[in-house]
Design a protein around this ligand. Structure first.
Ligand SMILES: *[C@@H]1O[C@H](CO)[C@@H](O)[C@H](O)[C@H]1NC(C)=O
Ligand SMILES: *[C@@H]1O[C@H](CO)[C@@H](O)[C@H](O)[C@H]1NC(C)=O
Ligand SMILES: *[C@@H]1O[C@H](CO)[C@@H](O)[C@H](O)[C@H]1NC(C)=O
Ligand SMILES: *[C@@H]1O[C@H](CO)[C@@H](O)[C@H](O)[C@H]1NC(C)=O
Ligand SMILES: [Zn+2]
Length: 338
């Protein structure tokens, strides 16, 4: 009865609001479901101080003006694919939940809300201040051999620099399952999209200083899912592997995918490259990350930057470091300060 009464009241008052000559578009009140039943509804709707909750929202990642036309076009495509890949990972989770074998493979028994939420933040979260730039402000592209890009860490925690190497080495999504690539045997950074998923989760704006490195190699990520699912759902590499695997299976090569087989690479088990204490934040504690097999294919040829500290430590140890004090270098020249 109460709602019927409200409807009657709204019906009685609404016409005057719609008739207001200076009011907002007539569809505004109606389509928003804002039944207007106050005495002076029309003046309220006309008020310039009407709350627009979405005002100032930033829905697109910024490509800095330092990027030339080619870089801008390639980054635009890469960002589009990054959002497509993350959106599909989210949608796969929303569709199947933990009845998906892919879900339990990577996230174990963890509730589905957190990983779905991380992907959604990347796709639909507010993006103000999240910038990709090409001008090498920290001079890492210029001075660090073979770096493909880096997070600016304490210098600008929502900014990512993409070095020239990225434009010549990353693949676009249509080549998924081509080039002999498999999810288990390939590199997480082979695809521009999965590389940028990782880089975006490093920004405070998207990753909330919470998506982190708990496990790196494919087999370590699978073990983490079974042993510590609460960490798997916020592990950067797990979020990349899952997104790649379900994109391959659902979209690229439907019903088949290209999961492949993990092949451990013994050679770099003990040869963790040390990173450079190159940022102010890193100065207090610089650590090399034990690199994953997936990432270290490049490591043989890509020597890590000259180390100023030889403090190598494992990923699990590094996970306990404070957010301000830890930088690591991935093989392939990605500096991540976490
Ligand atoms: C009419 O609207 C004004 C502001 O738009 C508000 O301050 C006032 O309280 C409203 N009056 C009633 C009776 O709702
Ligand atoms: C899947 O989720 C349901 C409901 O939350 C839960 O009862 C069940 O144990 C979960 N299964 C697995 C394999 O995690
Ligand atoms: C634009 O950037 C790309 C990739 O870094 C580079 O190869 C190209 O030479 C640049 N173009 C110009 C006109 O400088
Ligand atoms: C931050 O800026 C300093 C000074 O320019 C630079 O030495 C350092 O490498 C930068 N940090 C990163 C993570 O690039
Ligand atoms: Zn990282």
């Amino acid at each position: 009865m109460y709602s019927l009464a409200l409807q009657a009241l709204a019906a009685a008052v609404l016409p005057s609001a719609l008739a207001a000559p200076q009011g907002l578009p007539s569809s505004y009140g109606a389509s928003n479901g804002r039944s207007s039943y106050e005495d002076n509804t029309s003046s309220t709707l006309q008020s310039p101080s009407v709350h627009d909750w979405a005002e100032g929202a930033v829905s697109q990642y910024e490509i800095h003006k330092s990027c030339n036309a080619t870089e801008t076009a390639m980054l635009h495509q890469a960002i589009t694919e990054t959002e497509m890949m993350a959106a599909h990972a989210r949608d796969h989770i929303l569709r199947f939940g933990n009845s998906s074998a892919y879900y339990t493979k990577y996230f174990g028994k963890a509730p589905t809300a957190e990983p779905a939420g991380w992907y959604d933040r990347l796709v639909r979260g507010d993006k103000s201040g999240v910038i990709f730039r090409c001008d090498d402000p920290d001079q890492n592209c210029a001075t660090q051999d073979e770096w493909a890009g880096h997070w600016r860490g304490s210098n600008a925690s929502d900014e990512t620099v993409i070095c020239e190497l990225s434009y010549t080495s990353r693949w676009y999504l249509p080549s998924m399952c081509g080039h002999g690539y498999t999810v288990a045997g390939g590199e997480l950074a082979s695809f521009f999209a999965s590389d940028l998923i990782h880089r975006l989760f490093h920004t405070d704006k998207i990753g909330e200083a919470t998506v982190f490195h708990y496990a790196d190699t494919y087999d370590e990520c699978l073990a983490l899912a079974q042993e510590t699912p609460a960490q798997a759902v916020r592990n950067a590499h797990t979020l990349q592997y899952f997104a790649l695997d379900v994109w391959a299976f659902d979209i690229a090569v439907p019903g088949q995918g290209c999961t492949g087989v993990y092949v451990p690479e013994e050679e770099d088990a003990e040869a963790a490259p040390a990173s450079t204490a190159s940022s102010a934040a890193a100065a207090t504690s610089t650590a090399a990350e034990t690199t994953s097999a997936a990432e270290t294919a490049e490591a043989a040829t890509t020597q890590a930057p000259t180390s100023t500290m030889d403090d190598a430590e494992s990923t699990t140890e590094s996970a306990t470091e404070s957010a301000e004090s830890h930088c690591h270098t991935h093989a392939g020249g990605e500096l991540h300060c976490i």
